[in-house]
Ligand binder design. Structure first.
Ligand code: ATP
Ligand code: MG
Length: 257
């Protein structure tokens, strides 16, 4: 009789111990799962925040660009055309001497050629015609020549890729990225040398850009609009990138696309 009660007691304790263990296990899984989910939600939120920042940067860049174009059109086209218009009305004034007519005509011709030159420049800034006609390679070469003409640094360019095989979207993205990289090197780097190369890398393509300028410390550095735009352009062409830079160690970016 006594052993039977003992057995029941041992059984009950064992059962209770198992239940307690099961309870602890369930609790453990519940909380660790909750933690994992929270971690994932935080990660997603960060990603969304990052995408939001990129979209905001793109919109701001577009707005700034529009403002600049509007200013250029206003200052360099509209105001000059106004004077041309005034001058042509002046020509209708009765009894003008031949000297006056010559002076007014000269003014009109002079202003018209300035307006033409400005409209060419504005169109070129918006979209380089050489890029449209001859593609990325020619676009890059022209960009290099223009940048070289500032006399600030040497540029070394190597390419083993046939750019004409790339989609227009990729070609344009690379062009805009290179424009911004040159801008930054011109503005901040105080470099004497820039190296650019395009090569095949396994199934992908590699775009390397490197300057030997002052560089910057990335940890304390807030990204500006330029770098954010570069990042979102790389995202659009489904590429990956990495940046290496530090104070006095130049700036290097590798883009794989
Ligand atoms: N090649 C470089 N050499 C040295 N510093 C650089 C270089 N590129 C970028 N930087 C630093 O990184 C910062 C961020 O660059 P980013 O292009 O994002 O913005 P920005 O040039 O300041 O502004 P924006 O491009 O909108 O005109 C710059 O302000 C500059 O301090
Ligand atoms: Mg910039």
């Amino acid at each position: 009789m006594k052993t039977e009660t003992e057995i029941i007691r041992v059984f009950t304790y064992t059962f209770l111990a198992f239940m307690a263990m099961a309870f602890v296990l369930i609790l453990f899984f519940y909380y660790s799962r909750k933690k994992i989910i929270k971690h994932e939600v935080d990660k997603k939120n960060l990603e969304i925040q990052h995408q939001k920042e990129m979209i905001e940067a793109m919109i701001t860049t577009q707005e700034n660009e529009r403002e600049r174009i509007a200013r250029d059109l206003h200052d360099e086209i509209s105001s000059k055309l106004n004077v041309v218009s005034l001058n042509s009305h002046l020509l209708k004034t009765p009894n003008l001497s031949s000297n006056e007519i010559a002076e007014i005509t000269e003014n009109i011709a002079d202003l018209t050629s300035k307006v033409l030159e400005s409209s060419r420049r504005i169109a070129h800034d918006l979209f380089p015609p050489v890029f449209e006609k001859f593609g990325l390679e020619a676009g890059i070469e022209e960009l290099i020549e223009e940048t070289k003409s500032t006399g600030k640094f040497q540029i070394y360019f190597q390419n083993t890729i046939d750019f004409s095989q790339l989609s227009n979207e990729i070609q344009l993205s690379i062009f805009r990225i290179l424009q911004e990289l040159f801008n930054n090197t011109l503005k901040y780097a105080n470099a004497s040398k820039v190296q650019i190369s395009f090569h095949h890398l396994n199934e992908k393509k590699q775009f390397l850009y490197e300057d030997n300028g002052v560089g910057f410390e990335r940890s304390n550095h807030t990204k500006g609009m330029g770098l954010i735009n570069i990042e979102s352009r790389i995202g659009v062409i489904q590429g990956k990138f990495s940046i290496e830079t530090n104070i006095n160690q130049g700036f290097k970016i590798e883009i794989i696309f």
